[in-house]
Design a protein around this ligand. Structure first.
Ligand SMILES: *Cc1c(COP(=O)(O)O)cnc(C)c1O
Ligand SMILES: *[C@@H]1O[C@H](CO)[C@@H](O)[C@H](O)[C@H]1NC(C)=O
Length: 485
């Protein structure tokens, strides 16, 4: 549970919001709901979005602030499980306020001396935790999707150094290999970067959603036999839906053999590396070329906080992205310009996201971060065991990580024989339960189909502010909302 020191900071963080909008005194606000649902048309009316010639008085503006909070989804609520982030991390939130108030841009040491050093310190620590003995490089990006896109760009730059200057006209047909289960940011990235979604070859996964190494090798051979050039493999540590971990060690063997860049998307599962008990899930990560890891997910840093890490120490990141803008990155400055890290990025303005992770890590220590991961996985275990005990609930598979995927069968379906008919009916249950849950505002969790599988719920427990009672409530509530279907 949260200790006293943490509670204190939680109160500080909330007080800032309270001070801003005096929410306490507004008794009309249903504080215990996760969300207060309105259709876009209704909400537009409630918010009065129009911007006018004349400014509004302060009392109106305060009301606008209250409304912004009131109608937003409360992702810090202990019954919000809809995404891979949740809960309130008070230190990180305080860091966000400070970063906004100080308002600076992380491109040069000159304008962001403190945050430049903090980013460097956090990246070094993450590199150490990953186990890259000889060091590495990295940068914080606005989100894991961008970190994954950086991986593609770097892998391609290493493979075809001319690409940066002459563009695609210098390159053969390049192919990326990724697992069937991979996040959609790979296809987006391939489209954005001119590789083309058809040149993303998907590798089949096993029944638990993990990439099959022998199938990977076959796809590499297939690409080569077509005259294409496979240049990178994208493995996943913690897939978005099932929470599956690709076998990194075996994939690394294949990548070494074929000289392919190995990127690991650990946006979600990266946190496991903080835990002695669970870091085996990422076994082999010290051998990979790059990693995307989002501290804003399981470790609960404020949004956004996403690191892209590279094992290379030959300034590949810098060389790949630099444009050497002479008005910003003058080489004849009076200090060590290697601290002007902005040219490693494709952005110009960049927020000091590392600070949000640095402050909480400072306050909690690696030990507490480890305990949070262990606790999140223990809660997932608890939920999975409860699901097995309850009538009408069925696990999609035994959870490997914090993702608990399950079906709810209303009593009307419980005695039907296993048949396509049953699955067709079951497919329609989750969307209706979700609709009802949104309208009552009692909780939020997501559902999705997967391959041939009928719509199922995915629960992820992240926040230490969630208790076992909250998880019992989730199962009771899904039953209450869906028992008449
Ligand atoms: C969340 C997630 C992403 C995308 O990260 P964003 O920060 O939301 O852009 C990519 N890959 C995996 C596996 C994820 O879980
Ligand atoms: C790799 O797979 C992951 C996870 O499934 C995905 O998020 C990412 O976008 C993929 N692509 C690249 C290029 O990393």
């Amino acid at each position: 549970m949260t200790n006293n020191k943490e509670k204190h900071w939680l109160v500080v963080a909330f007080k800032i919001i309270w001070l801003l909008v005096d929410l306490d005194s507004d008794t009309s606000v249903p504080v215990f709901q996760v969300c207060e649902w309105h259709s876009p048309e209704q909400l537009k009316k409630l918010l009065d979005l129009e911007l006018r010639d004349r400014g509004e008085p302060e009392s109106e503006i305060l009301q606008r602030c209250r409304d912004a909070i009131r109608y937003s989804v409360k992702t810090s609520h202990p019954r919000f499980f809809n995404q891979l982030y949740a809960g309130m991390e008070p230190y990180s939130m305080v860091a966000s306020f400070i970063a906004e108030a100080v308002k600076t841009n992380l491109y040069t040491y000159e304008v962001a001396p403190v945050f430049t050093l903090m980013e460097d310190a956090v990246l070094r620590k993450m590199i150490k935790v990953i186990g890259w003995e000889e060091g590495g490089d990295g940068i914080f990006n606005p989100g894991g999707s961008l970190s994954n896109i950086y991986a593609v760009n770097l892998a391609r730059y290493r493979y075809c150094p001319d690409f940066k200057e002459v563009g695609m006209f210098s390159a053969p047909r390049l192919v990326i290999l990724t697992s069937q289960e991979c996040h959609y940011s790979i296809s987006k990235g391939a489209a954005l970067m001119g590789i083309g979604t058809k040149n993303v070859y998907t590798v089949p996964t096993d029944e638990r959603g993990r990439m099959i190494p022998s199938a990977l090798e076959e796809k590499i051979k297939l690409a080569k036999s077509e005259g294409a050039v496979p240049f990178m493999v994208n493995a996943t540590a913690g897939t978005t839906v099932l929470g599956a971990f690709d076998p990194i060690d075996e994939i690394a063997d294949i990548c070494e053999k074929h000289n392919l860049w190995l990127h690991v998307d650990a946006c979600w599962g990266g946190a496991a590396i903080m835990s002695k008990k669970h870091k085996h899930l990422l076994k082999g990560i010290h051998r990979v070329d790059s990693v995307a890891w989002n501290p804003h997910k399981m470790l609960m840093a404020s949004l956004q906080c996403s690191a892209f890490l590279v094992r290379d120490k030959t300034s590949l990141l810098q060389r790949c992205h630099s444009a050497r803008a002479s008005y910003l990155f003058q080489q004849d400055k009076f200090y060590d310009v290697s601290y002007d890290t902005g040219d490693k990025s494709v952005q110009c303005s960049r927020k000091p996201d590392a600070f949000k992770f640095w402050l909480m890590w400072k306050a909690l220590g690696s030990r507490e971060l480890e305990q949070r991961v262990d606790r999140a996985l223990a809660m997932a275990r608890y939920l999975a065991e409860e699901i097995k005990k309850r009538e009408g609930f069925r696990l999609v598979l035994e959870p490997e990580f914090a993702n608990v995927c399950f079906w709810y069968l209303p009593p009307s379906l419980r005695n039907l024989p296993e048949s396509p008919e049953l699955w067709k009916k079951l497919h329609t249950v989750a969307p209706v339960v979700k609709q009802r849950m949104m309208k009552t505002g009692s909780m939020m969790t997501g559902y999705q189909p997967l391959g041939e599988k009928a719509n199922f719920f995915r629960m992820v427990v992240i926040s230490p502010q969630v208790s076992r009672q909250d998880l019992d409530f989730v199962l009771d509530e899904i039953h209450n909302l869906g028992k008449d279907l």
